[in-house]
Structures are given as structure tokens and as C-alpha cells.
Design a protein around this ligand. Structure first.
Ligand code: 5GP
Length: 190
């Protein structure tokens, strides 16, 4: 397990319901600062047309994912909406050793696992301005089938309720640039 005492950089966890815009926020944060990088997760979810293997995720089979679990290669992993997602431990540790701030864009279950090993990890949860806006964003992004989007919207309430319990920082993504600036300020102050 990662030894939080040896690390030189910091871990920032960014979570939020599907469609809230957290990937866009994370990419903008990373683009704006040389000392912040984004961890690329591994997943068994099918790749969408717009996604690039090794950039958005490492897309693997269930068997490959299971092998990584057995090897203890994940800092955390969880099943989210019927697919497995995990954070490769070695990459995160390397980046921390290089004094980098590492952003983990992961769900609430994964965030709680990371917090056990890195108690000083900064936890930010991105909220939509309203339930209506979230539904509109999810339906319009067109990445997944309507029933999958419905399932994800259904999970948002539970995720947000859990977030109020565990996250230190809540950021509303009404205006993208403002949300990015708020996250950067939180990271700066941590
Ligand atoms: P999506 O399929 O929309 O890319 O991601 C679905 C959910 O899985 C999101 O809440 C996202 O934050 C979460 N997720 C992505 N990567 C990881 C990971 O490595 N670990 C965990 N626990 N959740 C992840």
C-alpha cells in the first residue's frame, strides 16, 4: 500500500455525478498547471467513439482487470454502473515522488478507499446547478444509450447524499471557468 509519509506531492480526488462536467474540469485544471497531472484509470467499460485508449482510460477486459486486482496493482477499485474502474497504484506513486499533484477522477467508493491510505488527500465533489440541468447535460452528451443515461441519473441522488458526508469541498459547476478556478484555489490552499 502507498506510504503517505514518503510522498512529496499531493493527491486531489475529484468526484461528481455523471454529466456534471468533471472530466472537462479536470482536463482544464491539468492544462493550466505544469505541476498537476491526471491519473488515467483502468476500466472494463466499453470505449466510446470519442475516447482514446491510454488517454481517457486504459480499456481492458474483465479478466485483465481481475488479474490486476490479484496482483495488488490498484490503489483503489470499485464497480460503478456495472463496470469495474481502478486507479493504477504505480503511476500515482511515481507522480507523487516527482512532487506532482495527482488528480484522481474517481467515484465516492474509490475516494473512501484512497482516503484510508492518504488521509491528507484533498476531496472535491462537483455538483450540478440543479437536477434539471444535470438531466439535460446527461441526455445531450449522447455518449451512452438512453437507458444507461437514465440509470446514471438515478444514481446521482445517492452519490450526492454520500458526498455531503465525506467530501470537504463542494463546487457547483454552473460556469465552467469559475468551477475550474474554485478547484485550483482549493488545491492551492491545501
Ligand atoms: P464514466 O464511465 O462516466 O467515465 O465513469 C463512471 C464513474 O466511474 C464516474 O463516477 C467516475 O468518476 C468513476 N471512475 C472513473 N475512474 C475510476 C476509478 O479509477 N476508480 C473509481 N472508483 N471510480 C472511477
Amino acid at each position: 500500500m502507498g506510504d503517505s509519509k514518503d510522498k512529496k506531492g499531493k493527491i486531489v480526488i475529484i468526484s461528481g455525478p455523471s454529466g456534471v462536467g468533471k472530466s472537462t474540469i479536470c482536463k482544464q485544471i491539468v492544462a493550466s498547471r505544469d505541476d498537476i497531472c491526471l491519473s488515467v484509470s483502468m476500466t472494463t467499460r466499453p470505449k466510446s467513439e470519442a475516447e482514446i485508449d491510454g488517454h481517457d482510460y486504459w480499456f481492458v477486459s474483465k479478466e485483465q482487470f481481475q488479474e490486476r486486482i490479484s496482483e495488488g496493482s490498484f490503489l483503489e477499485y470499485a464497480e460503478v454502473f456495472g463496470h469495474m474502474y481502478g486507479t493504477p497504484r504505480d503511476k500515482v506513486e511515481q507522480m507523487l515522488q516527482c512532487c506532482k499533484t495527482v488528480i484522481l477522477e474517481i467515484d465516492v467508493q474509490g475516494a473512501r478507499q484512497v482516503k484510508v491510505f492518504y488521509p491528507d488527500a484533498v476531496m472535491i465533489f462537483i455538483l450540478p446547478p440543479s437536477a434539471k440541468v444535470l438531466a439535460e447535460r446527461l441526455n445531450h452528451r449522447g455518449r451512452e444509450a438512453a437507458e444507461v443515461a437514465e440509470q446514471r441519473l438515478g444514481g446521482a441522488g445517492t452519490e450526492i447524499a454520500a458526498a455531503w458526508q465525506y467530501y470537504e469541498h463542494m463546487v457547483v459547476n454552473e460556469d465552467l471557468q469559475q468551477a475550474v478556478n474554485e478547484c485550483l484555489q482549493i488545491i492551492e490552499d491545501a
